[in-house]
Structures are given as C-alpha cells and as structure tokens.
Design a protein around this ligand. Sequence first.
Ligand SMILES: *Cc1c(COP(=O)(O)O)cnc(C)c1O
Length: 433
Amino acid sequence: MTESVRSSRNLHALNAMESNVRLYSRAFPALFSHARGSFLLTETGDRFIDFLSGAGALNYGHNNHQIKAAMTAYLASDAVVHGLDMATPAKLAFMETFSSVILRERRLSYRFQFTGPTGANAVEAALKLARKVTGRHNIISFTRGYHGLSLGAAAATGNQFYRKASQVALSGVTFMPFDGYLGEGIDAAEYLRNALRDPSSGIDAPAAILLETIQGEGGINVAREPWLRSIQTIAAEIEAVFIVDDIQMGCGRTGDFFSFESAELSPDIVILSKSLSGYGLPLSLLLIKDAIDIWEPGEHTGTFRGNNLALVSATAALNLYWRSAAFSQSIHQMGTLMRQRLNAISAAQGNRFTVRGRGMALGFDCGKTPEIAAVAVRTAYNRGLIIERCGPADEVIKFFPSLTIDPETLNRGLDIFEESLAEAMSQSSAALT
Ligand SMILES: *Cc1c(COP(=O)(O)O)cnc(C)c1O
C-alpha cells in the first residue's frame, strides 16, 4: 500500500468516527502530524505554509521552541499544572509580568479574571459582570460582530447560521450598525447616541457596549479611531460598561499588543484568549477595571481557569516578544509588505478587490464574487498554502500568518495566493464564456 493510499484511508477512518460538525478537516483534508513556525506537515510529509494560524491562536507560530523550553522545564520540575484557581507561583509570575511588560508600559491598570479556557466563556463572564454592575439586561453589540457560540455570546453574534444553531430564542442584545455599515458619510456612532438618548427609540438602556475594533469573522471590518472613541464616550455618558473583545485582534495581531492602543481607548473590560497562551494552549481572561470588580467569590467559576502550563507559556511569550518595541515594529513592517503585495495582486486584476486591515490582520475582499474567494482558497490548498475565508458570504480571504514568519516564507505564501487567484479568475471567466 502506498503512503498516499494509507493516508487517505486514515482520513476516511477519522471522518467516519468524528461528528459531522467538524469543519477545518473538510477544507484541509489531510492528517497533519507535525508543525513548526509557519509550516504544517502532513503524515505523508507534504508541507504547507500556514496563513490561518489556528484562527489567530498561533501568533507566535506553531511549537515555538523558545516558549516550549519554558514549558518542558516547568513540566520536568513537577510544578503544579492543574490547581483549579488556587494561588501558584506560575500565576503570580504571569500577572506580574503582564502588569509590568504590558499594562504599566501603556499606563493601564486592571485586575485579572481567569475564566474557563474558551473565548466564549470569557465573553459570558464579561456580559454577566456588566449586567451585575449596572442592574440592566440589554447589551449593545454590532452588525457582523462575532463573540463566540455559547448562548450569551451567540446572542451578541450577528451571523444567522450560528444564531439558528442555538435552537433557542437569543435575547438581551440589541444590534447597532458598526462603523461604515450605513455607508460613506453616515456616522453610525451618532445614530447610536441618538437612539440611546431617545426615550421612545425602543432600545432599553444597556448594561454594556461590546465590540471588536476590527471584526475578524465578520470580514476584517476596521472601525475608524474617531468612531471607536465616540462609542467609548457614549458608553461613559449612559453609564454602560465598555467592553472590547480583543480575543482575535489582540496579542499583537494588529501591530500593538492591544488592538485599541492607536485609538487610545481605555475599555472597562478587555477580553483576551486565542494567542494569549503563546503556544495554542487554551487560556482566556478578562482585564477588569478595579471599580467594577464586584463579583462574589465563585460567582463565575469553572474547572479549567488559568491552567498553569498555559500561564507559563503565556509568561514566556511576554518575556520573549514584548519587552522591547522591536517585535511590534517588525509586525508593522511585515504588515506593510503584505498590504503592498495584496494591493499589487488586486491591481493586476483591474483593482476589482479591496484590501483592508491593520498590522498582520488583512482581508482580501472579493465582494460580490464569493465563488472566486472559494476557488482561490481551494487552489491555494492544492498548491501548499492554508488560508481561510470570512465575511457574511465567505467573500473575504483572511491573511493571518504567524507574526514571527520570515519574509521569504511570507512572500512564498503570497506567491501561491497570487497564482491561485489568477487561476480562480481564469476559471470564472471560462465559466462566463
Ligand atoms: C474566536 C473568537 C471568540 C470565541 O472564542 P472561542 O474560543 O472560539 O470560544 C470570541 N470573540 C472573537 C472576536 C473571536 O475571534
């Protein structure tokens, strides 16, 4: 039996056992056995460049060896791995490092709430706390927002496919237009302010305003800085808790540690997950302003909060990458390189595509032709590049390489995309004639 026959039998066996709900194993049908940096290897030795990065959970690359060294030393020493939320030296080291390397540098001050390991659990905790603080139930979320799929988080998520899957009425959230949603020249923040001031708008006073500064799943929609500042001001005016969901765009993705630094926001709650552990281990937390930390002990609990191994890898990532400005500068430089190439690729096709984003979170919008995005991504996979789509019709190709990628690999991935898009374009014009 050849290797490739055995491999396709393995994939068949796996698919026969795993639930129909599986997703990425369909788009990328191979058994991936090893990974390092920006590369994923299949069990038969095929090598893929990874522009998906665990949907933003692998900002520092796969199996980052420097981070791994801290973890293996921790494991070898028999230090506490699981301790519920007991006090451990690993947790202390994480909070001290985060406070000095990230918060103090940015003149921010927060308490840490470790939640269950998923992003959705941290979103649930943030919404619960905001409701407790204000005694109000309503949450303002935004069109095309994505906040996870547990019931409270799904209620704040716009996408109908996910909302329907909840199979219950999702309540307690009012959706308002995100920046740009109402078209050029219409200020969506002014609309929100008027609606909240109007006692007959039908919108209950909110406990919180919840947003992503750049919508990841929603299509790499970038909110402008003045809009973000207006929303923060409105939240303060109506005494609602201002929550930034930085699960996907935080931890360096946009070039700064937090996505809201250039807008100079000071959210009441910041939600972090995905790349927080630095190694793809599950770890989520809320940063909470002192004044609103009114939880009763154990009021939002969970078995896996602040897993110590993930705290060790998270601390190592902070020490390795965030003690100087060099990493941030490199993200901005690589992001500029990506943007220039994507713009040139669009220009070569008559500028029919739009490139958006910030730092190394970029979207290539195929607009009214989502089939071109679908074919380009499938073709890219066949040529050795893993990349996914986002947006309401999966029409936006999402460029999420690891932040530690080298320029040569980045360019090689972009070459593959360029060839794949050209092939998708020639297929679609062939279909038209
Ligand atoms: C991924 C994501 C979530 C949900 O995180 P899970 O770990 O999948 O529950 C929430 N908000 C944003 C912005 C995300 O990108």
